[in-house]
Design a protein around this ligand. Structure first.
Ligand code: AMP
Ligand code: MG
Length: 353
Protein backbone atom coordinates (compact mmCIF):
# COMPACT_ATOMS: atom_id res chain seq x y z
CA UNK A 1 0.00 0.00 0.00
CA UNK A 2 1.37 3.42 -0.87
CA UNK A 3 2.01 6.15 1.61
CA UNK A 4 0.96 9.71 1.28
CA UNK A 5 3.90 11.71 2.56
CA UNK A 6 2.97 15.08 3.92
CA UNK A 7 5.13 18.12 3.49
CA UNK A 8 3.92 21.09 5.42
CA UNK A 9 5.39 24.43 6.36
CA UNK A 10 5.17 25.47 9.93
CA UNK A 11 2.01 27.41 10.45
CA UNK A 12 -0.19 25.22 8.30
CA UNK A 13 -2.79 23.21 10.12
CA UNK A 14 -1.12 20.59 12.27
CA UNK A 15 -3.84 18.17 11.28
CA UNK A 16 -2.47 18.12 7.75
CA UNK A 17 0.89 16.97 9.02
CA UNK A 18 -0.67 14.20 11.01
CA UNK A 19 -3.04 12.56 8.56
CA UNK A 20 -0.78 9.65 7.79
CA UNK A 21 -1.37 6.40 9.62
CA UNK A 22 -1.52 3.28 7.53
CA UNK A 23 -1.38 -0.43 8.28
CA UNK A 24 1.49 -2.60 7.12
CA UNK A 25 3.39 -5.81 7.48
CA UNK A 26 1.59 -8.62 5.76
CA UNK A 27 -1.07 -10.17 7.86
CA UNK A 28 -0.91 -8.09 11.03
CA UNK A 29 -2.46 -4.88 9.82
CA UNK A 30 -4.53 -4.48 12.96
CA UNK A 31 -1.48 -5.06 15.18
CA UNK A 32 1.40 -2.99 13.85
CA UNK A 33 0.81 0.38 12.29
CA UNK A 34 3.28 2.61 10.54
CA UNK A 35 2.98 6.29 11.42
CA UNK A 36 4.82 8.68 9.15
CA UNK A 37 4.91 12.43 8.84
CA UNK A 38 7.08 15.09 7.20
CA UNK A 39 7.39 18.60 8.51
CA UNK A 40 9.47 21.65 7.71
CA UNK A 41 11.23 22.86 10.83
CA UNK A 42 14.66 24.20 11.82
CA UNK A 43 15.26 25.16 8.20
CA UNK A 44 15.02 21.60 6.91
CA UNK A 45 12.59 18.80 6.07
CA UNK A 46 12.19 16.22 8.81
CA UNK A 47 10.69 12.77 8.33
CA UNK A 48 9.42 11.00 11.42
CA UNK A 49 8.44 7.33 11.17
CA UNK A 50 7.45 4.95 13.92
CA UNK A 51 5.62 1.68 14.35
CA UNK A 52 3.18 0.86 17.13
CA UNK A 53 0.55 -1.57 18.25
CA UNK A 54 -1.67 0.81 20.17
CA UNK A 55 -5.04 1.94 18.84
CA UNK A 56 -4.63 4.37 15.98
CA UNK A 57 -5.98 7.30 17.96
CA UNK A 58 -3.26 6.81 20.58
CA UNK A 59 -0.56 6.59 17.90
CA UNK A 60 -1.83 9.80 16.33
CA UNK A 61 -1.58 11.40 19.75
CA UNK A 62 2.06 10.32 20.01
CA UNK A 63 2.76 11.67 16.53
CA UNK A 64 1.15 14.96 17.43
CA UNK A 65 3.35 15.22 20.51
CA UNK A 66 6.52 14.62 18.47
CA UNK A 67 5.63 17.38 16.02
CA UNK A 68 4.68 19.74 18.85
CA UNK A 69 8.02 19.06 20.56
CA UNK A 70 9.99 19.96 17.45
CA UNK A 71 8.09 23.22 16.93
CA UNK A 72 8.45 24.03 20.62
CA UNK A 73 12.24 23.55 20.44
CA UNK A 74 12.41 25.60 17.26
CA UNK A 75 10.47 28.43 18.93
CA UNK A 76 13.00 28.50 21.77
CA UNK A 77 16.22 27.95 19.83
CA UNK A 78 15.84 29.87 16.58
CA UNK A 79 18.46 32.58 16.13
CA UNK A 80 16.35 34.46 13.58
CA UNK A 81 12.83 34.44 15.06
CA UNK A 82 12.14 37.37 17.34
CA UNK A 83 10.72 36.01 20.56
CA UNK A 84 12.98 32.95 20.79
CA UNK A 85 15.15 32.53 23.86
CA UNK A 86 18.36 32.57 21.82
CA UNK A 87 17.22 35.70 19.99
CA UNK A 88 16.70 37.41 23.36
CA UNK A 89 20.10 36.24 24.61
CA UNK A 90 21.87 37.48 21.48
CA UNK A 91 20.01 40.81 21.40
CA UNK A 92 20.04 41.69 25.09
CA UNK A 93 23.15 39.87 26.31
CA UNK A 94 21.09 37.96 28.85
CA UNK A 95 17.96 35.85 28.95
CA UNK A 96 15.78 33.64 31.07
CA UNK A 97 15.73 30.15 29.66
CA UNK A 98 13.36 27.21 29.61
CA UNK A 99 14.82 24.07 31.25
CA UNK A 100 15.34 22.55 27.77
CA UNK A 101 17.37 25.49 26.47
CA UNK A 102 19.38 25.64 29.69
CA UNK A 103 20.08 21.89 29.40
CA UNK A 104 21.07 22.10 25.75
CA UNK A 105 23.30 25.16 26.26
CA UNK A 106 25.00 23.46 29.22
CA UNK A 107 25.64 20.25 27.31
CA UNK A 108 26.75 22.12 24.19
CA UNK A 109 29.24 24.11 26.30
CA UNK A 110 30.62 20.84 27.68
CA UNK A 111 31.23 19.66 24.12
CA UNK A 112 32.91 22.98 23.25
CA UNK A 113 35.26 22.39 26.16
CA UNK A 114 35.84 18.73 25.36
CA UNK A 115 36.76 19.60 21.76
CA UNK A 116 38.96 22.51 22.89
CA UNK A 117 36.81 24.92 20.95
CA UNK A 118 36.69 23.09 17.60
CA UNK A 119 32.99 23.26 18.36
CA UNK A 120 32.28 26.80 19.45
CA UNK A 121 28.65 27.87 19.74
CA UNK A 122 29.67 31.54 19.79
CA UNK A 123 30.73 31.41 16.12
CA UNK A 124 27.41 32.99 15.14
CA UNK A 125 28.68 36.51 14.23
CA UNK A 126 31.08 34.84 11.77
CA UNK A 127 28.31 32.60 10.37
CA UNK A 128 26.28 35.79 9.82
CA UNK A 129 29.18 37.69 8.26
CA UNK A 130 29.62 34.96 5.62
CA UNK A 131 25.88 35.12 4.89
CA UNK A 132 25.12 31.51 5.76
CA UNK A 133 21.99 32.46 7.69
CA UNK A 134 20.47 34.74 5.07
CA UNK A 135 21.89 33.40 1.80
CA UNK A 136 23.47 36.83 1.09
CA UNK A 137 26.89 35.25 0.74
CA UNK A 138 30.11 37.28 0.90
CA UNK A 139 33.78 36.68 1.64
CA UNK A 140 34.95 38.88 4.54
CA UNK A 141 38.46 40.30 4.12
CA UNK A 142 41.38 39.24 6.32
CA UNK A 143 41.02 42.11 8.81
CA UNK A 144 37.35 41.37 9.31
CA UNK A 145 38.07 37.64 9.74
CA UNK A 146 40.67 38.37 12.40
CA UNK A 147 38.21 40.53 14.26
CA UNK A 148 35.51 37.89 13.99
CA UNK A 149 37.87 35.12 15.14
CA UNK A 150 38.88 37.19 18.16
CA UNK A 151 35.20 37.41 19.13
CA UNK A 152 34.59 33.64 19.06
CA UNK A 153 35.05 32.36 22.59
CA UNK A 154 32.58 30.02 24.24
CA UNK A 155 34.22 30.61 27.65
CA UNK A 156 32.61 34.06 27.65
CA UNK A 157 29.14 32.52 27.60
CA UNK A 158 27.83 32.07 31.10
CA UNK A 159 24.97 29.61 31.64
CA UNK A 160 23.37 28.96 35.01
CA UNK A 161 21.48 25.66 34.66
CA UNK A 162 19.97 25.97 38.14
CA UNK A 163 18.48 29.42 37.69
CA UNK A 164 17.92 28.83 33.96
CA UNK A 165 19.62 32.03 32.88
CA UNK A 166 22.43 32.91 30.48
CA UNK A 167 24.66 35.90 29.80
CA UNK A 168 26.95 36.80 26.95
CA UNK A 169 29.11 39.91 26.41
CA UNK A 170 27.94 42.53 23.97
CA UNK A 171 28.87 41.87 20.37
CA UNK A 172 28.95 38.11 20.86
CA UNK A 173 26.14 35.74 19.86
CA UNK A 174 25.20 32.07 20.19
CA UNK A 175 24.06 29.64 17.50
CA UNK A 176 23.10 26.07 18.36
CA UNK A 177 22.75 25.00 14.72
CA UNK A 178 25.54 22.46 15.14
CA UNK A 179 23.74 20.52 17.90
CA UNK A 180 20.00 21.27 17.93
CA UNK A 181 18.83 18.57 15.53
CA UNK A 182 20.76 15.89 17.38
CA UNK A 183 19.33 17.09 20.69
CA UNK A 184 15.83 17.13 19.20
CA UNK A 185 16.31 13.50 18.12
CA UNK A 186 17.26 12.53 21.68
CA UNK A 187 14.15 14.19 23.10
CA UNK A 188 11.87 12.59 20.52
CA UNK A 189 13.40 9.17 21.17
CA UNK A 190 12.69 9.62 24.89
CA UNK A 191 9.08 10.56 24.13
CA UNK A 192 8.67 7.44 22.02
CA UNK A 193 10.18 5.20 24.68
CA UNK A 194 7.79 6.66 27.25
CA UNK A 195 4.95 5.80 24.89
CA UNK A 196 6.29 2.21 24.63
CA UNK A 197 7.19 2.63 20.98
CA UNK A 198 10.14 0.37 20.23
CA UNK A 199 10.65 0.92 16.51
CA UNK A 200 11.25 4.35 14.98
CA UNK A 201 13.34 6.16 12.40
CA UNK A 202 13.62 9.88 13.10
CA UNK A 203 15.23 11.77 10.24
CA UNK A 204 15.81 15.26 11.62
CA UNK A 205 17.18 16.52 8.30
CA UNK A 206 20.65 17.41 7.03
CA UNK A 207 21.98 13.93 7.82
CA UNK A 208 20.94 13.94 11.48
CA UNK A 209 19.16 10.70 12.32
CA UNK A 210 18.03 8.93 15.45
CA UNK A 211 16.72 5.37 15.45
CA UNK A 212 14.73 3.77 18.24
CA UNK A 213 15.07 -0.01 18.50
CA UNK A 214 15.23 -1.95 15.27
CA UNK A 215 12.96 -2.26 12.25
CA UNK A 216 9.66 -3.99 13.05
CA UNK A 217 11.03 -7.25 11.61
CA UNK A 218 13.94 -7.11 14.10
CA UNK A 219 16.64 -6.20 11.58
CA UNK A 220 18.76 -3.04 12.06
CA UNK A 221 17.85 0.26 10.44
CA UNK A 222 19.91 1.01 7.33
CA UNK A 223 21.08 4.62 7.04
CA UNK A 224 22.66 5.85 3.81
CA UNK A 225 25.80 8.01 3.96
CA UNK A 226 26.00 10.55 1.16
CA UNK A 227 28.99 10.75 -1.15
CA UNK A 228 30.34 14.22 -0.33
CA UNK A 229 31.75 14.49 -3.84
CA UNK A 230 28.65 13.41 -5.74
CA UNK A 231 24.93 12.86 -5.81
CA UNK A 232 24.86 9.22 -4.71
CA UNK A 233 25.41 7.29 -1.52
CA UNK A 234 28.82 6.02 -0.51
CA UNK A 235 27.50 3.33 1.73
CA UNK A 236 25.14 2.24 4.43
CA UNK A 237 25.43 2.16 8.22
CA UNK A 238 23.35 -0.43 10.06
CA UNK A 239 22.08 0.74 13.43
CA UNK A 240 19.89 -0.26 16.34
CA UNK A 241 18.94 2.27 19.02
CA UNK A 242 21.60 4.81 18.07
CA UNK A 243 22.04 8.27 16.62
CA UNK A 244 24.01 9.31 13.57
CA UNK A 245 25.20 12.71 12.40
CA UNK A 246 27.13 13.69 9.31
CA UNK A 247 28.78 17.05 8.69
CA UNK A 248 30.23 17.99 5.34
CA UNK A 249 31.21 20.97 3.27
CA UNK A 250 28.79 19.83 0.55
CA UNK A 251 25.74 20.44 2.77
CA UNK A 252 25.72 24.24 2.56
CA UNK A 253 28.18 26.25 0.51
CA UNK A 254 28.67 28.92 -2.13
CA UNK A 255 31.27 29.55 -4.79
CA UNK A 256 33.08 32.77 -5.59
CA UNK A 257 36.01 33.33 -7.95
CA UNK A 258 36.57 29.60 -8.31
CA UNK A 259 36.70 28.97 -4.53
CA UNK A 260 34.14 27.01 -2.54
CA UNK A 261 33.19 28.29 0.91
CA UNK A 262 31.15 26.13 3.28
CA UNK A 263 29.16 26.62 6.45
CA UNK A 264 31.42 24.83 8.94
CA UNK A 265 33.83 27.44 10.26
CA UNK A 266 37.14 27.05 12.02
CA UNK A 267 36.72 29.12 15.20
CA UNK A 268 40.46 29.98 15.07
CA UNK A 269 40.17 31.73 11.71
CA UNK A 270 36.41 32.45 11.38
CA UNK A 271 36.76 31.01 7.86
CA UNK A 272 35.49 27.70 6.44
CA UNK A 273 37.37 24.81 8.08
CA UNK A 274 39.87 23.34 5.62
CA UNK A 275 41.15 20.24 7.33
CA UNK A 276 41.40 17.94 4.32
CA UNK A 277 38.05 16.27 5.06
CA UNK A 278 34.93 16.32 2.93
CA UNK A 279 32.67 14.69 5.50
CA UNK A 280 32.57 13.12 8.95
CA UNK A 281 29.92 10.69 10.17
CA UNK A 282 29.52 9.98 13.88
CA UNK A 283 27.44 7.15 15.36
CA UNK A 284 26.71 6.88 19.08
CA UNK A 285 24.12 6.73 21.85
CA UNK A 286 23.65 10.52 22.13
CA UNK A 287 22.27 12.48 19.18
CA UNK A 288 23.54 15.72 20.70
CA UNK A 289 27.08 14.33 20.89
CA UNK A 290 26.95 12.86 17.37
CA UNK A 291 25.69 16.13 15.90
CA UNK A 292 28.13 18.34 17.80
CA UNK A 293 31.08 16.03 17.26
CA UNK A 294 30.54 15.66 13.52
CA UNK A 295 30.88 19.44 13.25
CA UNK A 296 33.89 19.55 15.60
CA UNK A 297 35.70 16.62 13.94
CA UNK A 298 35.23 18.24 10.54
CA UNK A 299 37.13 21.22 11.95
CA UNK A 300 39.84 19.03 13.57
CA UNK A 301 40.61 16.86 10.54
CA UNK A 302 41.63 13.21 10.37
CA UNK A 303 44.70 13.12 12.61
CA UNK A 304 43.50 15.34 15.42
CA UNK A 305 40.02 13.80 15.14
CA UNK A 306 41.42 10.28 15.49
CA UNK A 307 43.44 11.34 18.54
CA UNK A 308 40.30 12.86 20.02
CA UNK A 309 38.39 9.60 19.43
CA UNK A 310 41.17 7.55 21.09
CA UNK A 311 41.20 9.74 24.18
CA UNK A 312 37.40 9.75 24.63
CA UNK A 313 36.17 6.14 24.80
CA UNK A 314 33.52 7.28 27.30
CA UNK A 315 31.62 8.96 24.45
CA UNK A 316 31.09 5.55 22.83
CA UNK A 317 31.19 7.01 19.33
CA UNK A 318 32.26 5.38 16.08
CA UNK A 319 33.52 7.46 13.16
CA UNK A 320 33.70 7.54 9.39
CA UNK A 321 35.96 10.20 7.86
CA UNK A 322 36.03 10.91 4.13
CA UNK A 323 39.13 12.77 2.95
CA UNK A 324 39.54 15.04 -0.07
CA UNK A 325 41.16 12.23 -2.07
CA UNK A 326 38.05 10.08 -1.52
CA UNK A 327 39.60 7.63 0.97
CA UNK A 328 37.39 6.41 3.82
CA UNK A 329 38.76 6.01 7.36
CA UNK A 330 36.65 4.11 9.86
CA UNK A 331 37.01 3.20 13.51
CA UNK A 332 36.82 -0.57 14.16
CA UNK A 333 33.25 -0.36 15.52
CA UNK A 334 32.16 1.59 12.44
CA UNK A 335 33.87 -1.01 10.24
CA UNK A 336 31.41 -3.57 11.62
CA UNK A 337 28.35 -1.45 10.83
CA UNK A 338 29.33 0.12 7.51
CA UNK A 339 29.21 -1.34 4.01
CA UNK A 340 30.04 0.32 0.72
CA UNK A 341 27.21 0.96 -1.72
CA UNK A 342 26.99 -0.48 -5.20
CA UNK A 343 29.37 1.39 -7.47
CA UNK A 344 31.70 2.25 -4.58
CA UNK A 345 33.09 -1.25 -3.94
CA UNK A 346 36.57 -0.22 -5.13
CA UNK A 347 36.81 2.66 -2.69
CA UNK A 348 39.72 2.39 -0.25
CA UNK A 349 38.59 1.92 3.36
CA UNK A 350 41.26 2.20 6.07
CA UNK A 351 40.52 0.99 9.58
CA UNK A 352 41.82 3.31 12.30
CA UNK A 353 43.33 1.84 15.47
P1 AMP B 1 26.38 20.93 11.30
O1 AMP B 1 25.57 21.01 10.04
O2 AMP B 1 25.74 20.14 12.38
O3 AMP B 1 27.78 20.51 11.06
O4 AMP B 1 26.44 22.40 11.91
C1 AMP B 1 26.87 23.48 11.14
C2 AMP B 1 26.21 24.73 11.64
O5 AMP B 1 26.72 25.08 12.92
C3 AMP B 1 26.51 25.91 10.74
O6 AMP B 1 25.46 26.12 9.83
C4 AMP B 1 26.66 27.07 11.72
O7 AMP B 1 25.39 27.60 12.02
C5 AMP B 1 27.21 26.42 12.94
N1 AMP B 1 28.68 26.32 12.97
C6 AMP B 1 29.58 26.43 11.97
N2 AMP B 1 30.83 26.19 12.39
C7 AMP B 1 30.73 25.91 13.72
C8 AMP B 1 31.67 25.56 14.73
N3 AMP B 1 32.98 25.42 14.48
N4 AMP B 1 31.18 25.34 15.99
C9 AMP B 1 29.87 25.46 16.26
N5 AMP B 1 28.93 25.77 15.35
C10 AMP B 1 29.36 25.99 14.09
MG1 MG C 1 26.55 19.08 13.91
Amino acid sequence: MAFRANYVKKGLALALALATALPLLGGCASQNKKMETSIFAMDTVMNLTFYGVDPEAALKGVQEELVAEIYSLEDKLSTTEEGSELYALNEQGQASLSPETAELLTQALELCELTHGALDITAYPAVLAWGFTTGDYRVPDQAELEQLAAGIDYTQLDVDPERCTARIPQGMAVDLGAVTKGYAGDRLARQLEQANITSALLDLGQSTIRVVGSKPDGSPWRIAVQDPAGEGYLGVVELTDLAVGTSGGYQRFFEQDGETYWHILDPDTAAPARSGLTSVTVVGPSGLVCDGLSTALFVMGLEEGTRFWRSHPELEVELLFVTEDGTLYVTPGMDGMFSLAQGYEDREVQVLQ
